[in-house]
Design a protein around this ligand. Structure first.
Ligand SMILES: Nc1nc2c(ncn2[C@@H]2O[C@H](COP(=O)(O)OP(=O)(O)OP(=O)(O)O)[C@@H](O)[C@H]2O)c(=O)[nH]1
Ligand SMILES: [Mg+2]
Length: 313
């Protein structure tokens, strides 16, 4: 019988180039989300966060996977370790889509500084699956950067914003997407916008200017507000990627000042707890729980588990 997983053992095996224990631990989260070992591991991971969690979102076909690959190459070049969660809308447990996306990311299987996990997108309420949250929290404790690549259809940006520290929204020129998204109010959540396929020419610069112009209408005011940068990049040709990584670093720096990161993660934890209770007990459950006083010490998974016991009792 192998010992229960803990962070020390997991990071030691990653350092030795063995990815199997992390894969096993992620499988444990899936198989036994409420088990004592699982909750202990998640508590440990919750209180030992390391990575900046970056959500990469945008409409189908804009080049998210290509951009993910370019970003990963840049980070690995800088010796930063990367955990990737590829949220695939079409993936089924045994389907081929998972391998397909891993191939598109083009990561080197021998590179032990990168770990790719693909998962199906939706739980039955239409949000990112609980599994994405727990996998993210575990990977966040083990890597320098966690990249969550997801699809940007309708409300999914909101889910990404509820799961990540930095939302990178990817658009492409000439599709009219960018302005539509502005009008639909979807572009309230991104922290950084990349206009991809800049190699296609002048339309990219126009799209960049359009997006930047539309943003000034709704962007934050005050000296401390984050001004959403809009960058033209070519994922395919790896141009603008260094600048994009600098901007992502700058957002991380901004988050870590004045308690913003702790506030953002604490808010997210509350949202997850509410979602878990809603999922398990419906609106009546939420009403019985009342105000969720989240102390940020326990993991939100354990907090939800404790509330579940209380509501069942
Ligand atoms: N010209 C050009 N084409 C690009 C660029 N980046 C991606 N593409 C192409 O755009 C297409 C879609 O790229 P993907 O990276 O699969 O896009 P995606 O957003 O991950 O797509 P889905 O996962 O299907 O939503 C592919 O044919 C890419 O080769 C770029 O910078 N320039
Ligand atoms: Mg993709």
């Amino acid at each position: 019988v192998s010992a229960e997983p803990n962070l020390e053992r997991l990071s030691a095996s990653l350092a030795e180039g063995d990815k199997a224990p992390l894969a096993d631990a992620l499988a444990l989260l899936e198989r036994a989300p409420e088990a004592a070992d699982t909750l202990a591991l998640l508590d440990e991971a919750w209180t030992n966060p390391r990575a900046q969690v970056i959500g990469l979102t945008g409409p189908p076909g804009v080049g998210k996977s290509t951009l993910a690959r370019a970003l990963i190459m840049g980070w690995r070049f800088a010796h930063r370790t990367v955990g990737v969660i590829a949220v695939d809308p079409s993936s089924r447990r045994s389907g081929g889509a998972l391998l397909g996306d891993r191939t598109r990311l083009g990561t080197d299987p021998a590179d032990t500084g990168i770990f790719v996990r693909s998962m199906a997108a939706r739980n039955r309420l239409g949000g990112l699956a609980d599994l994405t949250l727990s996998s993210m929290v575990l990977m966040r404790a083990l890597f320098d950067i966690v990249l969550v690549e997801t699809v940007g259809v309708g409300q999914s940006e909101t889910d990404v914003a509820d799961t990540t520290d930095t939302v990178l929204f990817c658009v492409q020129p000439g599709s009219g997407d960018s302005l539509q998204f502005m009008k639909a109010g979807i572009v309230e959540t991104p922290d950084v916008i990349a206009v991809n396929k800049a190699d296609l020419g002048a339309t990219a610069e126009r799209a960049r200017a359009d997006v930047a112009g539309a943003l000034t209408l709704g962007t934050g005011h005050g000296v401390d507000a984050w001004q959403v940068p809009v960058l033209a990049v070519s994922a395919q040709h790896s141009t603008g990627i260094d600048e994009l990584e600098e901007v992502l670093d700058a957002h991380w720096g901004w988050l870590r000042r004045d308690g913003r990161l702790a506030a953002r993660r604490g808010q997210q934890a509350e949202i997850w707890i509410r979602a878990a209770i809603l999922d398990r007990f419906g609106r009546e459950g939420l009403r019985r729980v009342g105000k969720i006083e989240y102390d940020n010490i326990q993991s939100p998974f354990r907090a939800a588990s404790d509330l579940t016991v209380r509501l069942n009792g």
